[in-house]
Design a protein around this ligand. Structure first.
Ligand SMILES: NC(=O)C1=CN([C@@H]2O[C@H](COP(=O)(O)OP(=O)(O)OC[C@H]3O[C@@H](n4cnc5c(N)ncnc54)[C@H](OP(=O)(O)O)[C@@H]3O)[C@@H](O)[C@H]2O)[C@@H](O)CC1
Ligand SMILES: Nc1ncnc2c1ncn2[C@@H]1O[C@H](COP(=O)(O)OP(=O)(O)O)[C@@H](O)[C@H]1O
Length: 488
């Protein structure tokens, strides 16, 4: 993001100080919607860098906007001061806004405020907080005021490991500039803020898109560009035949969910390889889906007619399932592995090593750590996923509130769709069904995974508009509408 800031300064007729002014105006525009009470006691804490410069500009702009009770605190624990900061001090001092210089944390012990605007340290954090800064932040966190951070909560690194004992600001809201920061997407960020909002500050979007970065936040436009419309004169054969190896005596529902999702995501034909005992349930709930009864006599030739195979949802860990899995791996065509399929791989590293190139793994965090080792934080986990995806030529779909799709190229696609209403059993089975349907229809592994993760979450978001909780089967049934909507 720093690179994009510099680009605008060099290539557009806008100076750093004006960009800071744009950023501060964008902050205030949103702030005014969040804080309607112009009598509220606002304490604005400003550091010595450009984040502090924003804070000083924000104080001036809010004063001009008739917020009546503004106090500014300039945190001066060191001598360095950025140019933008200096200029904004000068501009602010022309107004009747009280400014207090804070040279040690104790001075802010009696801080009284309804709202604290945190503009101490932003994306320029370059070391952990300690001494006065750590004490000051602890005081601010202990106050009863609502904390709104400018761009980044003070002490929160935008990239890299979020320490277990995070000691930065715990904000109610972060108003962040132009793009969310990578660390916003990790569950550990819950320690640093309750929610964030992004405001546009006029950085050049074309340039940002062109920056070489391994991280990509998916947008609806990416999905729209990927979806292939159903062609005239196409027929069921055009859209492939998917096989889902799933279900067991007590987990037959998983087989039905994965099949329903596959059907609803547009596979031409869907077959489930399940135990004999599941046939009635399958035939009565999903009459469109075919069955391949699972037994020890299944041979490699039985799988010839399927153009993609997924294995795992509700499968069970019996030795015969492991043998079947090995046969499927030996077909040497990309497969999708989920749930019990992943558990088998974590015991059988020889099978993991033999997975066909461009296969897709869809672990949640526990499955991931079982496969690739325990991780203390999400940054480390993603780094491992990037490495494993690259070395093994796999697509790793690491599931969470924000799912990370790690590609063999090293790219990590971050999915913004989905919400806590869809946090319920069977949701991962539905995702597997959607991925499989897209593979059956001829999408590449990376496109199938990308499309499926986005569409799955988006369907859940639509349903959550008027539902407190959303079940997995409801998401499966919503897919056709979500796909249609994604095209417009
Ligand atoms: N680029 C632009 O034009 C725009 C940028 N914008 C804004 O700029 C922000 C980034 O600004 P920035 O790069 O100046 O860094 P910032 O976050 O203010 O911190 C730097 C200061 O912190 C200090 N410091 C660091 N770590 C520390 C620690 N642990 N404990 C104590 N001190 C520590 C460091 O000291 P030093 O290490 O140099 O001694 C230095 O003094 C960004 O978040 C956004 O708000 C917007 O206005 C849009 C236009
Ligand atoms: N809070 C949440 N926000 C967004 N998506 C979620 C949330 N909780 C769960 N999900 C999604 O639901 C799915 C759950 O998968 P998984 O844990 O494998 O479920 P199951 O094993 O019950 O089928 C994943 O795709 C995950 O991203």
């Amino acid at each position: 993001m720093q690179e994009a800031d510099n680009y605008v300064i060099i290539n557009q007729p806008i100076s750093s100080i004006n960009l800071m002014e744009n950023a501060s105006k964008a902050f205030c525009k949103l702030f005014k919607k969040e804080v309607l009470d112009k009598e509220a006691q606002l304490s604005i804490l400003c550091g010595q860098g450009n984040n502090g410069g924003d804070g000083l500009a924000i104080a001036r702009l809010l004063h001009n906007d008739k917020y009546k009770n503004i106090s500014v605190y300039v945190i001066k624990f060191a001598d360095s001061q950025s140019e933008g900061n200096k200029q904004n001090v000068k501009r602010l001092l022309k107004l009747k806004v009280p400014v207090t210089i804070v040279q040690n944390a104790v001075k802010l012990k009696e801080l009284k405020a309804d709202i604290i605007i945190d503009a101490m340290l932003g994306s320029g954090l370059n070391k952990p907080l300690k001494d006065d800064y750590a004490d000051l932040v602890a005081l601010v966190n202990a106050s009863k005021a609502r904390i709104i951070s400018v761009d980044v909560p003070t002490g929160f690194a935008t990239e890299g490991e979020i320490p277990e004992n995070y000691n930065g600001i715990k904000a109610d809201l972060v108003i962040s500039f132009q793009r969310p920061k990578i660390n916003f997407f990790f569950p550990e960020s819950v320690e640093a803020f309750y929610r964030y909002k992004i405001v546009d500050i006029g950085l050049d979007e074309n340039f940002i898109q062109g920056l070489t970065s391994n991280w990509k936040l998916l947008k609806n436009a990416d999905i729209k560009a990927l979806i292939k419309p159903r062609a005239n004169f196409s027929h069921k054969g055009t859209y492939g035949h998917a096989l889902l190896v799933a279900g067991n005596t007590t987990t037959m529902g998983a087989a039905i969910l994965v099949a329903s999702a596959c059907l609803n995501a547009g596979a031409g034909l869907t077959t489930v390889c399940l135990p004999q005992s599941g046939l009635i349930a399958l035939n009565t709930t999903l009459p469109e889906v075919m069955a391949l009864p699972r037994n020890e006599h299944l041979a490699i030739e039985d799988f010839d007619k399927f153009n993609v195979i997924a294995i795992g949802p509700g499968l069970g860990l019996e030795p015969e399932n492991e043998e079947l899995f090995e046969k499927i791996i030996n077909l040497n065509k990309p497969i999708i592995v989920d749930a019990d399929g992943l558990t088998i791989l974590s015991k059988r590293k020889d099978l993991l090593d033999k997975l066909p190139a461009e296969s897709i793994l869809t672990p949640h965090v526990k499955e991931f750590d079982r496969l690739f080792g325990e991780h203390k934080n999400w940054w480390g986990r993603i780094k491992t996923a990037q490495k494993e995806a690259k070395e093994r030529d796999l697509i790793i779909v690491l599931k969470n509130q924000y799912t990370f799709i790690c590609l063999p190229t090293g790219e990590v696609r971050i999915n913004p769709t989905g919400n806590p209403a869809i946090a319920s059993g069977g949701m991962g089975d539905v995702l597997t069904g959607i991925i499989t349907a897209f593979m059956a229809q001829g999408y590449s592994s990376e496109d199938a995974a990308t499309l499926a993760v986005y569409i799955h979450g988006k369907a859940g978001d639509k349903l959550a508009e008027n539902k407190f909780v959303v079940s997995a089967h409801q998401v499966a049934l919503q897919i056709p509408k979500t796909m249609k909507d994604s095209l417009s």
